[in-house]
Write a protein that binds this ligand. Structure first.
Ligand SMILES: [Zn+2]
Length: 303
């Protein structure tokens, strides 16, 4: 593989867009020993601007320590292992795991949208189920809503959003006194969810949900020709035990089953009071990791 200069201002770097008009201006310049995976890495030097770089500069794991655990950590985080436990299992620092959670989250999100395009471009999805999964950040007084859309026939998770919402019911007053007024960000979430889904949905797709009074407005706004079916259903407990309901036939089975899988495989969704989400960004990263693992590994093994 031909190496090019990494310096954007260098004529050697610019010339790579012009084909091979200029070549051979990057030479090898020794190696260095990388401790974390015990390998010698080739170094290079640009003969035009004299800048030095190495094979590692082009690596997606550039500047990461413990790159050896990335793939296994991805699997662990999608399999109910907490960050703390992962740090113990990999004999590494909790901070390393926490940084990697973010990196793997970003990577999973990018991969997810590429996968969506590859899989559904030209093959629009005809049946989708959606609902909001509820969790909280640190305390039940600060609930979080996760609007989530699932393809009905294959149970692939298509998109989700992470949005703040005010506490409901008996907690509402206490929450306001303790933490002040909390903005309801759910409308933005529903808008964004349908915006992201629209390119992959059939214009006349069947969209199924529960009877949440907010939903029809957002379906109409983004998918005016879709057929929105609203199912009557008893709302489950806040921790999600109600997601797999005791009724004989659950019309929203694909969605409810997926929500139950999220609660069984994402450690921070296990319990109300232990290892809860502290930062919204980390919940989002963790969800992306799970979504990627769910779509590419878990549901595939069911078939
Ligand atoms: Zn250069």
């Amino acid at each position: 593989m031909k190496r090019y200069c990494i310096n954007f201002d260098c004529s050697e770097h610019q010339s790579r867009h012009l084909g091979s008009a200029v070549s051979g201006r990057v030479s090898k310049k020794g190696t260095f020993y990388r401790l974390c995976d015990r390998r010698y890495i080739q170094r290079f030097k640009c003969l035009v601007c004299k800048i030095q770089f190495s094979k590692a500069t082009f690596d997606p794991d550039y500047r990461q320590h413990r790159r050896d655990i990335n793939q296994r950590l991805f699997v662990f985080l999608g399999s109910g292992i907490t960050q703390r436990r992962a740090a113990i299992l990999f004999q590494t620092d909790r901070m390393t795991i926490s940084r990697k959670l973010r990196i793997l989250g970003v990577r999973s999100k990018v991969d997810h949208f590429e996968w969506l395009e590859e899989t559904y471009q030209g093959k629009p999805i005809k049946r989708v189920q959606f609902d909001d999964l509820e969790t909280s950040e640190h305390t039940k007084c600060k609930p979080i809503s996760v609007p989530l859309a699932v393809r009905k026939d294959g149970r692939e998770i298509l998109d989700f959003q992470v949005k703040r919402m005010p506490a409901k019911g008996t907690l509402a007053k206490i929450a306001r006194q303790k933490y002040g007024k909390r903005k309801d960000e759910r409308p933005e979430g529903w808008d964004q969810l349908f915006k992201n889904l629209k390119p992959f949905l059939h214009p006349k797709a069947v969209i199924e949900s529960d009877e949440n009074p907010h939903y029809p407005k957002y379906v109409k706004r983004h998918l005016p020709n879709a057929n929105h079916i609203r199912h009557k259903g008893a709302r489950g407990a806040s921790v999600g035990q109600g997601e797999l309901k005791r009724q004989k036939f659950d019309p929203l089975f694909s969605l409810n089953h997926t929500c139950a899988m999220l609660r069984a495989n994402i450690s921070r969704l296990f319990r109300k009071t232990w290892n809860t989400t502290k930062k919204l960004e980390n919940l989002e990263a963790h969800l992306w990791i799970y979504v990627r693992y769910h779509n590419t590994v878990l549901i595939k093994s069911d078939l």
